[in-house]
Design a protein around this ligand. Sequence first.
Ligand code: NAD
Ligand code: UDX
Length: 463
Amino acid sequence: MKIQNICCIGAGYVGGPTMSVIAQKCPDIKITVVDVNASRIAAWNSDDLNQLPIYEPGLSEVIREARGRNLFFSTDVDLAIEQADMIFISVNTPTKTYGLGKGMASDLKYIELCARQIARVATTDKIVVEKSTLPVRTATAIKNILDNTGNPVQFQILSNPEFLAEGTAVMDLFNPDRVLIGGEETAKGLEAVQALVDIYSRWVPKEKILTTNVWSSELSKLTANAFLAQRVSSINAISELCEQTGANVTEVAKAIGMDSRIGSEFLKASVGFGGSCFQKDILNLVYIAKTYGLHQVADYWEQVILMNNHQRERFAHRIVKTLYNTVSDKKIAFLGWAFKKDTNDTRESAAIYVADYLLNEQALIQVYDPKVTAQQVYTDLNYLNSRTEVENEVLVKVHTSAYQACEDVHAIAILTEWEEFNTYDWELIYQKMQKPAFVFDGRNVLNKELLEKIGFTYSAIGR
Ligand code: NAD
Ligand code: UDX
């Protein structure tokens, strides 16, 4: 079966880059990315490629090549569904904020809405691909909805979870470690799997395209994120021990990472992991384990989250403690707000939690992030919800330059590992600050020796 027309529902951090790369690699396939969010679609269609709704290195070049040729962004969801032979569902699956499973389970309402819309609109056979991260066995629910439309249209459901990381999305899509495709083990199912394999094999080596049953594929995605997050929490747990004992966490990470069985990736101690995936997916895994009565399994994975919460809180607490146990009316600069470098995404960023903690201690915060807008910073802070705009601007100021953000502050907290921080004139920043001048490096990115020579009191995670 040769796919000629793809629709992707959800033009977010996954749908946008994933479909752009497929479109670039497969110029003969028409790809339409649709979304209910009209302003997001308008931004994807913007002539000015700096106005794309998400920032990802290398993305604008891909969009420039494919958009208007075989890549389209639209709000006409019905039309794109109707015309497609293959439909990717790439909508958000956030943690539920209400009802059963509140705070743990994934909210599948957007997924179900997509399934119902496909069921309502489709008049020809379709392959429906789960691109969103979903609880194991979600495909059953989608299939039930699609198979009960009363019309003869046939659907095949595939699971094709996305493993890209933000900030490196385009490179990850060009050179994935693997592509995972789960399908039904029937003749029709295998045919659908092959149709998707044929798309990826245009640029991904065959040995990296893994096919499994649907449940293994769904569960592998949650498991991969749980394992990655667990490594961060593990090294963060050791970082606290390092601070007590005089060991240096960077040295420990290097020493253990050289063991080929452990490996060196994902061992950077930090103020805590953020992003829209790790916490959500582990909570979901914990919830699934609990629903099967597997309480030890649930507790084991929950600890990864508890450790991360502790790490964020510990960092904020250390700032207060070091600043003589009070930050009331003291200005603190936040360098970085995004949850990691090279993205404008702030979802679950450690910066938000640290800021909330310090605002509760009556600190005044001055933020600079090269890619995050002031409006986003204000939206992120629960603490500000109950206050007026004028009050908020006294509590939190967002600057377009790090030098301005550091003006008159008692301390600087590094929350994101943006590379530009290392190129700054730290001597000049020192002059602008209150003395003694403190730096709390939540990402272990600055040069300790240089800063201490200038006169800063420098502390980092796990050192
Ligand atoms: P996102 O919030 O950036 O984008 C989702 C988009 O779907 C939104 O623009 C929303 O308006 C749209 N949408 C929701 N319901 C819709 C509907 N019924 N019709 C049309 N559009 C609809 O989310 P994201 O970060 O792209 O994540 C999408 C999925 O991919 C999630 O399940 C996530 O867990 C998974 N994932 C995310 C990443 C990542 O790095 N962000 C990586 C791998 C997997
Ligand atoms: C993650 C997974 O890596 C990706 O495969 C999946 O598809 C989506 O979730 P993402 O959240 O975009 O990707 O970024 P990632 O690089 O995994 O970083 C997550 C968080 O962990 C960030 O806050 C990052 O700063 C932090 N982190 C990562 C550390 O603190 N230390 C590390 O060693 C690695």
